[in-house]
Ligand binder design. Structure first.
Ligand code: GLU
Length: 450
């Protein structure tokens, strides 16, 4: 099938803002298609809006793509055989080709602007890989609000090319095989096809991606909260989760598989399987996807993801060996929907002050306290450092409770509070093991349990 040739696809953002969710979604699907077909992913910067385009935004867009793991093969920073990759660097082409269309009688000048003369009586038909057959009369391709034919501006009076014109010149120059972009561009496609036709060029394939809706079923916008991909990083979402989650907006690898990595997505991705049904951006789903990725990560990768959050919380990360920190996170056993949450939930492994700020031991009655003191005294006395292991500790606690007629819970609960300052935590004996005998002693003593 022709659509399955090695694709040359492009992501063509305007550097007038950060990489937002819609842009990241489009970039992702282009990247998937390029990688799936063993083709080329191109980054093109559409910077003809001189007022709003900035070098900083261009940089944040690139940083955002890198954060998502979407590497490009050709682009303004990398160059490539079909450059330039910034529209403002292709001005001569836009002007020369516009002049040739004027000479051919297919376009005309009006003042400093150049207009494309929309032909009458033609049919514009194309097969969208996602939306199917689309067929428009040329008179309907570009219309005024009253429905009359509206010639298409190619060059504005300030000398700059318009989007609908420049995109044709660029996609042709860059030998793009498939244009993959948001469905809001479906209405522009017939205009662009008419320009291809006037130039005697074959248009690329088109694939328009479904609209993304907020949970209120309205088109996703700033009203729905975070828009830049970096805000998701700050909120504690992993790039692999955002990747996974965005891929699910309009596509699924099948077999009810929801959690996957880049490699699997690349292998299974099919443009023809993308749905045109609007996709809902569901934060609960993103939480779920993120939690699953956090659970299945390699311990060293997980530590790398959590570390910046611990540092933000001013926890003394450098005091501990990586192994200890990795183990503390492994022990958390999938708790925490975000890296941020996981960092917070696990703070007591790094800092006793965090425990003290949460727990004051006030709810333990004096009688109970006396019993606990006896227990911890004998545990600390009888268990040597090398015996300070979860199974041994638990065994010891069980025996002690049996003998004294207490329940294990009576011991475990205050111990959990004293060690973690939390009501919910991993197994208290596992925490005790990882913290070590000395640290446990310090904490228990502080709360007057030992
Ligand atoms: N700069 C355009 C946009 O961001 C590109 C559209 C296209 O891919 O053709 O909407």
């Amino acid at each position: 099938m022709e659509l399955n040739q090695k694709a040359r696809v492009r992501f063509a953002p305007s550097p007038t803002g950060a990489l937002h969710i819609g842009g990241a979604h489009t970039a992702l699907f282009n990247w998937l298609w390029a990688r799936h077909t063993g083709g080329t992913f191109i980054l093109r910067i559409e910077d003809t809006d001189r007022e709003r385009s900035t070098a900083e935004y261009e940089q944040t867009i690139m940083d955002g793509l890198r954060w998502m793991g979407l590497d490009w093969d050709e682009g303004p920073d990398k160059g490539g055989p079909r450059g330039p990759y910034r529209q403002t660097e292709r001005m001569d082409d836009y002007i020369n080709i516009a002049n040739s269309l004027v000479d051919a009688g297919k376009a005309y000048r009006d003042g400093d602007a150049v207009f494309f003369r929309v032909p009458r009586g033609e049919q514009v038909a194309f097969e969208d890989a996602i939306y199917g057959a689309i067929n428009v009369a040329s008179e309907k391709a570009s219309v005024n609000t009253d429905g009359s034919v509206k010639d298409i501006v190619m060059i504005k009076s300030d000398g700059m090319p318009t989007y609908n014109y420049a995109v044709v010149i660029d996609d042709h120059a860059m030998d793009i095989t498939t244009v993959i972009r948001g469905e809001d561009h479906i209405a522009n496609t017939p205009k662009q096809i008419l320009i291809y036709r006037a130039l005697g060029w074959t248009p690329p394939h088109f694939a328009h991606l479904p609209m993304i809706l907020g949970s209120d079923k309205k088109k996703l916008s700033k009203r729905h909260g975070a828009t830049s991909v970096f805000e998701y990083n700050d909120m504690g979402y992993l790039p692999e989760s955002v990747f996974n989650f965005l891929a699910l907006l309009g596509w699924t690898p099948g077999d009810d598989l929801e959690i996957f990595d880049r490699e699997l997505a690349v292998g299974k991705f099919e443009l023809s399987k993308v749905t045109r049904k609007p996709a809902v951006f569901d934060m609960k789903k993103l939480d779920y996807v993120n939690q699953e990725h956090l659970k299945s990560m390699r311990p060293d990768d997980r530590l790398k993801a959590i570390e910046p959050f611990w540092r933000d919380m001013k926890l003394p990360v450098d005091k501990y060996p990586a192994k200890y920190l990795e183990e503390s996170l492994t022990l958390m056993g999938g708790r925490g929907k975000t890296t941020k949450e996981l960092a917070e939930f696990s703070d007591y492994f790094l800092d006793f002050d965090a425990v003290k700020s949460r727990y004051t031991a006030e709810d333990i009655t004096p009688e109970r306290r006396a019993a606990l003191k006896k227990f911890f005294a004998s545990a600390l006395d009888r268990l040597q450092p090398e015996e300070w292991r979860a199974p041994r500790l638990e065994e010891f606690a069980r025996e002690w409770c049996e003998t004294g007629g207490a329940s294990l819970k009576e011991i475990a609960m205050p111990m959990r509070f004293a060690l973690s300052g939390r009501k919910v935590s991993p197994g208290v004996f596992e925490i005790a093991e990882l913290l070590g005998r000395e640290e446990c002693k310090t904490r228990l003593k502080h709360f007057d349990f030992a």
